[in-house]
Design a binder for this molecule. Structure first.
Ligand SMILES: C[S@@+](CC[C@H](N)C(=O)[O-])C[C@H]1O[C@@H](n2cnc3c(N)ncnc32)[C@H](O)[C@@H]1O
Length: 204
């Protein structure tokens, strides 16, 4: 079994998804940046490393009709499916390691909260960019949120890279920066984690 899968399966095993440090009751920073992309409600949107995030719920409530959630940890997606009940049928669920995933279609918007910052090996970041390039429709958008330059150096027992807005945008040559943002995430245990967000547009 793949090391990434083993690690994240163990992280989610036997814990409530509302107790993990990245849990947020509302994915408001994500929704604001997605809103700025000005999509139509039929445009395909994918949340990579979605975990059990409520972003899918909020996207469905906002009227998006083509929503996909991908994660290497099946249990995390199962938690979201159970939470959504019958609405889970309105989401495409993909259990896969992003770095070896071959997208079968293209998306107008790619969303990643707290996945890219785990890629401390440059070869993994190259692979991420290749998959993003394959998955994104020409002229599409990417919303990427990572720990900020003054954010944590570790999460879930893994080292994390930290980015200011300029550094993060610099990881994605070939994309235009539409907007950057800084947001504080309040963890369930009462900690504060600053995040850097970028909304990027593919130059087509
Ligand atoms: C810190 S959590 C963030 C989850 C979610 N984006 C959120 O904001 O609640 C990171 C997530 O990325 C997933 N993940 C990590 N590496 C991955 C990979 N290579 N492929 C797919 N998912 C991955 C983990 O299973 C985990 O659910």
């Amino acid at each position: 079994m793949n090391d990434t899968r083993t690690h994240w399966d163990a992280v989610y095993s036997g814990r409530a998804v509302t107790e993990v440090s990245w849990f947020e009751a509302k994915a408001d920073a994500s929704m604001a940046l997605i809103g700025d992309a000005g999509l139509s409600l039929d445009d395909p949107v994918i949340d990579v490393g979605a975990g059990a995030s409520v972003l899918v719920d909020q996207l469905l409530r906002a009227g998006y009709r083509d929503v996909t959630a991908l994660d290497v940890a099946a249990d995390a997606l199962t938690a979201s499916r159970s939470r959504l009940g019958p609405d889970a049928r309105r989401v495409d669920w993909i259990v896969a390691d992003l770095l070896s995933w071959r997208p079968a279609r293209r998306y107008r918007l790619w969303h990643d909260r707290a996945v890219f910052h785990f890629l401390t090996d440059p070869a993994d970041r190259d692979r991420y960019r290749q998959v993003l390039r394959q998955a994104l429709a020409p002229g599409g958008y990417a919303v990427v949120g990572t720990f900020a330059a003054d954010g944590p150096t570790q999460c879930s027992g893994l080292s994390t890279a930290r980015y200011g807005a300029e550094d993060l945008a610099g990881e994605f040559p070939g994309y235009t920066v539409v907007r950057t943002a800084r947001a504080e995430h309040h963890t369930p245990a009462g900690g504060v984690q600053p995040f850097t967000w970028v909304l990027l547009a593919d130059r087509g």
